[in-house]
Each structure stands twice: as structure tokens, then as C-alpha cells.
Design a protein. Sequence first.
Length: 335
Amino acid sequence: MPKILIVEDEDVIRLALRRLLERNDYQVDEANSVQKALSTYNVNDYSLIISDLRLPGAAGTDLISKTDAPVLIMTSYASLKSAVDSMKKGAIDYIAKPFDHDEMLETVARIILSTNSERQTSAPEPNSSQRKQIADANGMIGSCKAMQQLYDHIRRAAPTDATILVHGETGTGKELVARAIHNQSTRNGKPIICVNCAAIPETLIESELFGYEKGAFTGANTNRTGLIEAADGGTLFLDEIGELPLEAQARLLRFIQEDEIRRIGSVESIKVNVRLICATHRDLKEMAHSGRFREDLYYRINVMKLELPPLRERGKDILELAETLLKNRCEKMKK
């Protein structure tokens, strides 16, 4: 769980920001001044420090030289000059007060993901043969710049247990990416369960995912294990999660928060250890704003986001894809 330190002298803002971050699975400490932060905490222990610019005593930017953690500056004086000055002093970014909750969460997630990626790549950068190994081992085709970057993202994301959102147009290989992440992870000895949310009727999706007890509804003649429970120890891939009904979204959110599920018709909770990878071609953020997708669930699944390039932007990869498909078809037809 990423640790964040808030340095803010206004009690109302500090408390509101703390609650926002804790609701989204961040561990939070707080201080009301730079001096208090330095005397109370080891400021190198944090994934991110969020500090007001203007504080009693030293300015928030004074923290930059005293920590290896990235520092995000908040300011009520949202002028270009104050932003530029903060960035020149080494702040990783700035955000204006009063801050928008969505903007704050997106900024925090982006900074932490970027910083973690840099730390993980303190080891030598993967060379072309390493990227090719990832591609070949997982049936992925392509060597354009966008695909090279995707292979790097897969390599960095796989060892973590972070929830991942894969976004891309239909046909860009979202399931291949999910399988590649699973295969490169420590969970590769356990199953990966792939579920197309768009292919299961609304009336059945909850029983498919969570299972049910005998007698829970008409036709439930035996107990049935759900797909989440079946993925225990491994990975659950939910394709087209944007098609999931709101009722099922609520149950999925509880599973993410508690690492447990409850079969339909049961009062007992079952602990599960499952890594979640979701995929969609839709704009989930816009859907959340319009009430068609749970906003809290959106932020829970959007911890790490992988963007898949559309085929039209992959240049010579298209020829390689066509040749591979033709070769496979000929082999099947024995020609």
C-alpha cells in the first residue's frame, strides 16, 4: 500500500485530503508544517509527499531538498509564476486549491506509478531480445515503438499485485496482454480465469462471478463455485468491464476492498487471493461522471493503466500481423 505524507496547515483541507486518499487505499500520515514533518517522520519513507506551498515557517518547496520522495505542491495562488517556481525547485507537479477530487486522485496515481516504474528500472533497461522474449512467449506480434513500450510496461507491471486497467479498441489484443502479465508474474503457476462481461446475460453475471448456494434461487440445485473463487491464487481477467451492471459492480467493489466474496444465498464470506486485471474499449471516466459506471470502482481498478495502440498506428506491424495470420491459416488448411 503506497504511503503518502500530507503537509498542510489548514485542518479542513488536510482532513478532507486524508479521507479521500484513505478511501482509495493509500496509507496516510500528516503534518501541519515542514518542521513538524521533518521532526516527526522519515520523509524518505513515502511514495509521495503532498505539501501546501505556503505554510507557517518554511515553504512547502523546502521539502524537495530534504527527501528522495516526489513532492506534489498544492497552492491557492494558482498563478503560472508559483507553479513554474515550484517546478524549478524540483517539485514533480503542482495542483491548485481547491482541488478537484478526480484530478487529485489521477495525479497521485500517475506520480506513484511513474516513480515505481523508475525505481524498478534501476536495473538495466530491457534490450530488444528481452522484449522479443516477452512477445514470443505470449503470442504477441509487433516491434513498433508503441509495442516496445507496451512490452516494457508488461515487464514492470507483472511482478506487482496492482490492479490493472487495459484500455484499447476492439481487436488490439487486450486478453493477450492480460495473459502476458499473468505469465510473467509470480502467479503463473495458478490459473488465469478470463471473463467476457459483455457475453454473459445481466441476470447471470453475479452468479457466474460469485457463485451460489443450493436453493439460492429457482434452478440452483447444487452449490456452485464462482469464477472469482476459481481464480484463487491466480488472476481474474474481466474483459469489457464497462458492460457490468451496476449491481454487480457493487459486489465487485466489495471483493476488491475486502479480498473476499460471498456466494449468492450465503451469509458466509470466503477469503480469496486474486489479482484483478480489467479491460475495456469504453471511456470509463466519462461513464463514471454520467452515472453509468461506479466512480469508486473506476478508481479502484485504474491503479495501473495500459493503453494499447490501435492497429492503424502500428505501421509495419500490420504487414507482420497479416503474414502471421496467413501462415497460421495455411497451416490449418495444410497448404
